[in-house]
Design a protein around this ligand. Structure first.
Ligand code: GCB
Length: 611
């Protein structure tokens, strides 16, 4: 048995080594698949009774069916046998989907839930099979026909586990123990401002590949002026001399290369007729990659993104990021996590209606469908990992976990032209342990991908002597490409009229990006602009904020907080919040607030300025 995805958690008791922690996930998203989406049976198991016996010993080794764990998916063999669970008789739930919004009694539930799907399958001879998961929050223990395939930790990245040795012709049983318990040393940690949606929240597929297959590819334009494309393709067999080919039929390009001993082939070729991908012309090309018996096709765009002093350059031209922050959530009709293309599309259409060309996909990797649709629609993307607020900075396991999520995020989306920024964190406290932790993440991101920018949503403070001077100073700013920070002047800090006098000290020769600002408003609540929670207050804050921020030297864009009202257990004010963070420009039932139009006005001006 081979575990393609068993998150490796290294524990080093003495000192932080920040050693590499992850294994590589094969990219299976482009292949023919048998979907396991749809109706699954589930059992809620708050005491983990399906895994531990009354002495709290794992049931893994138990011989008698009555003592075995739920992953055996057992049935009594006669009328005497004691088996105290039955998936077939248990309630059902839709996959993909969170359990909180599908089942009233699980709205606040955090803990263990067992999921089971039976399916018919016909394995192709001499091929290898994998089970692919788009995301499971937070820990997934995966079993096929009673055998453990692996464990995955992290609620927002895709992973695959090899099933070749255990998958059968005919009926199969796939069981997952899903646990969304929050932990202090986890990533994210116990404290967040979003709902801890549990469950199998994204697609599940069975994918079959040849014995040697294309495990990953990384293809990028390295220069917008001479149109050079660099590619590396890795096969699943670490062996020199395998022939690999890449073709772009529309451009009449065919290129061949041989693998080195690690199974990787490197390519570099010119594409003089290439049309560059950009928001107002998101041109995509079919890229065919083949080796031996395997062939995949990716739909790709080509662009460059870089900085020059305080300038942000897309395809060597200055760009202004007319952005908005988005959570991976579609609350319309009582929903939670984005589960399908239609929901992803709605969020992106709203972004475009706002006049936006950029989305900050906060605070963790979003559904792959969202990223791919955004690419087709010409929406640039910031993607981040849930290193949020206060993390266990000195814990090596925590670091490994964060790094693994970073690697999985980058590996999944490394070929998406619209993703231009990898972010390693959000609003973390400035101290040496944190800066060391984040510094290592920045280095890791650069090592994996030097074709994008790295950033982090930092914070600001007031100057000690001048109480209108807002200062961004953080040693992390020296390590990142884009100086990004969140600021809530006028909401958590004074009232919007304070903004008129604010000026800025941002002492870095880098572009500046405002990763958050915002104010709460209840859709339909009207009043004076000085009255909190009214649409007028929120709209006024937007008006004053953009006017103020526009003076910042090197301002390259912004992603105000946030497109749509979203669920958060921190937001309990009755009649106003009712479990929703109300900083959305759109309410949870899809209605636009006044601030939406205020921001749109500014973005229209910006679009003209940069055209
Ligand atoms: C922030 C966080 C974001 C919160 C927001 C708020 O700074 O980054 O996750 O939801 O403030 O509404 O307070």
């Amino acid at each position: 048995m081979r575990h393609w995805k068993t998150t490796l958690i290294l524990f080093l008791s003495i000192g932080l080594q920040f050693s590499a922690s992850a294994s590589s996930n094969p990219d299976l998203s482009l292949r023919d698949k048998q979907s396991l989406n749809g109706v699954w049976h589930y059992i809620v198991d708050p005491y983990e009774n399906g895994y531990y016996d009354y002495r709290l010993k794992p049931r893994d080794q138990a011989e008698h069916p009555s003592r075995q764990a739920f992953f055996m998916d057992a049935k009594p063999r006669d009328k005497q046998e004691l088996i105290e669970y039955d998936f077939d008789q248990s309630d059902t739930i839709m996959v993909p989907g969170d359990w909180n919004t599908q089942k009233k009694q699980l709205y606040y539930y955090e803990g263990n839930v067992w999921y089971r799907k039976t399916f018919n399958y016909q394995p192709v001879k001499n091929q290898r099979q994998f089970v692919y998961f788009g995301a499971v929050n937070y820990r997934a223990d995966v079993y096929l026909n009673g055998h453990k395939l692996g464990v995955h930790i992290g609620g927002f990245t895709s992973f695959s586990m090899e099933a070749t040795s255990y998958i059968k012709a005919g009926k199969n049983s796939l069981v997952l123990k899903v646990d969304n318990t929050r932990h202090k040393d986890a990533v994210p940690t116990v404290n967040t401002d979003w709902w801890n949606y549990g469950g199998i929240t994204r697609d599940v597929d069975i994918v079959s590949v040849p014995a040697t297959f294309i495990q990953k590819h990384q293809i990028a334009l390295t220069s917008a002026s001479d149109k050079t494309i660099h590619a590396s393709v890795t096969t699943s067999t670490a062996q020199a001399g395998q022939k690999v080919s890449i073709s772009l039929p529309e451009l009449d390009i065919v290129s061949h290369a041989k693998t080195d001993a690690s199974g990787t082939a490197q390519f570099s070729f010119h594409a003089p007729d290439l049309q560059l991908w950009q928001p107002n012309n998101p041109k995509m090309y079919r890229v065919n990659i083949s080796t031996g018996k395997d062939k995949i096709t990716d739909n790709m765009g080509f662009r460059t993104i870089r900085t020059e002093g305080k300038k942000l350059l897309l395809n060597d031209k200055p760009v202004f990021l007319r952005g908005i922050a988005i959570h991976d959530e579609m609350p319309l009709n009582g929903g939670g996590r984005v589960a399908n293309d239609e929901q992803a599309k709605q969020l992106l259409l709203w972004t475009q209606q706002l006049g936006g060309n950029f989305a900050r996909l906060a605070h963790y990797p979003h559904n792959e469908k969202t990223v791919r649709l955004a690419e087709q629609m010409g929406i640039l993307v910031w993607s981040e990992i849930p290193v949020y607020w206060t993390i266990d900075w000195t814990n090596q396991q925590t670091y490994n976990n964060a790094e693994n999520q970073l690697i999985e995020m980058i590996e999944r989306d490394v070929n998406r032209a619209n993703v231009i920024i990898w972010s390693v964190s959000n609003e973390t406290p400035v101290n040496p342990d944190r800066t060391k932790f984040l510094g290592h993440l920045v280095d890791k991101a650069r090592e994996l991908d030097n074709s994008r920018l790295i950033s982090a949503a930092m914070e600001r403070h007031w100057d000690k002597k001048d109480d209108h001077l807002s200062v961004v100073e953080d040693p992390l700013a020296d390590k990142v490409d884009l100086v990004s920070f969140n600021q809530y002047i006028g909401w958590y800090d004074g009232l919007p009229d304070k903004l008129a006098k604010v000026h800025w000290k941002i002492p870095y020769n880098k572009p500046v990006f405002i990763s958050e600002f915002g104010a709460g408003a209840k859709k339909g609540l009207h009043g004076d602009k000085t009255e909190r929670w009214t649409e007028e207050f929120q709209a006024d804050l937007y008006k004053q904020t953009v006017r103020n921020l526009d003076q910042i030297d090197g301002l390259a864009g912004m992603s105000p907080w946030i497109l749509v009202d979203f669920r958060s257990p921190r937001r309990v004010l009755p009649g106003i919040q009712d479990d929703f963070n109300r900083k959305g420009l759109i309410s949870e039932d899809g209605l636009k607030k006044q601030a939406f139009f205020e921001l749109r006005k500014y973005y229209r001006e910006k679009a003209e300025q940069y055209e």
